[in-house]
Design a protein around this ligand. Sequence first.
Ligand code: ADP
Ligand code: MG
Length: 495
Amino acid sequence: MVAGSQAICHQDFFCPWFQVGMATSWGSLLEDEQQLEELAQQAVDRALAEGVLLRTSQDPTSSNVVSYAPFTLFPSLVPSALLEQAYAVQKDFNLLVDAVSQNSAFLEQTLSSTIKRDSFTARLFDIHRQVLKEGIAQTVFLGLNRSDYMFQRRADGSPALKQIEINTISASFGGLASRTPAVHRHVLNVLGKTGEAAKILSNNPSQGLALGIATAWELYGCANAVVLLIAQEKERNIFDQRAIENELLAKNIHVIRRRFEDVSKNGSLDQDRRLFMDGQEVAVVYFRDGYMPSQYSPQNWEARLLLEKSRAAKCPDIATQLAGTKKVQQELSRVGVLEELLPGQPEAVARLRATFAGLYSLDMGEEGDRAIAEALAAPSQFVLKPQREGGGNNLYGEEMVQALVRLKDSEERASYILMEKIEPEPFGNCLLRPGSPTHVVQCISELGIFGVYVRQGQTLVMNKHVGHLLRTKAIEHADGGVAAGVAVLDNPYPV
Ligand code: ADP
Ligand code: MG
């Protein structure tokens, strides 16, 4: 036990260590600096033992030296009702993404102004068009996504679940999120808070993600085929990916890790458009690369096209990647669009719409002009987003104002969307990072729910939610995730 924790427990018994509702923190526990320091050491050692690991930024290509992935000392309080709501809408989001990906007319119309000005989206769209023209060889479709939310503070102080975005490619941290509950249980057990420790939810997204891959692999129907994981050369988050690979190997499904460059050199299609890598047939292609412009050389674009043309189940296929763009997210919030995409499912539509924040098109015209005027009048209430993934691309505050003034009269503005800025209630926690001192900072959290679906032809074979990810960051950072070095791993403590 950490010195002094006994006294704190006793005290806590009489005065609750948090209040449900507004103040969402661990109260007096955050005040004893020496105790926090000792607890942090125990937490870090447990994180290392559990495999909550990253490669280092100095040596991102090898696992010779590794460190712990940053995480919070305490789990952060999340209202159970919002957690349940996020889980309850996940299957609807799976259906929606799948519906958008199959609706080429909707994608074409939605992205038409964006692809005139955004070369990355345009390039993805070219591949989409080309594959459609040649006819889609793929018959098994696999979606592994993560829908992310923040908890908007309403006027009456109560929190509301609002979607930030949905990630349809390379949604990460399902592996590490499986290992962090043990760390937070450990911290609470050290404090003698066994009842609280037992409230930390078990979580195993990597198992569910692997089940989706395994199901697609099986439906592909070739016992010797492998799963091809498209990897980056420098991958700090290797242990997150290995968690999924390990689950697959336990099912006797082999994963080969290759880069786009390897696909260019050693990948090929036979006359039935079966994909072969180094002579091995590939049933499923799982992308952990290919979501940012910098990840594509001309050669890599060729490799992506080859993969897309193949019969292998791509996770995601190019249409599903496009369905995850911010422009699509914004168009989905337009009156009547959900109803058109999910006909006869008014309950799903209502669940989905309840999570939408304000989203505004910046296409040329009156509607876009009005959105820009509103954002310029109240900059703190908006976020400007380009069609990019991976964190650190959005613009806020003064930077947003400058960008809007510059873009106002240019068609380039169509490559962005405007979004209502979500303002959660901040709370205190310690963010533990290698080499950083332990101290309490004001934080906000972002909750992600992992979704998995598999479709064979027109038959939906699987549609599930498979776990969650809570990430927490200091309030002074507007943008950025764990990989960007801003947010840290966390667990929801349901209240
Ligand atoms: P990316 O694809 O780069 O992850 P996101 O839309 O998820 O883009 O934005 C990155 C980060 O910026 C989020 O994790 C969140 O911290 C912050 N953010 C994005 N949109 C909003 C918003 N509407 N309100 C408040 N913060 C936001
Ligand atoms: Mg994001």
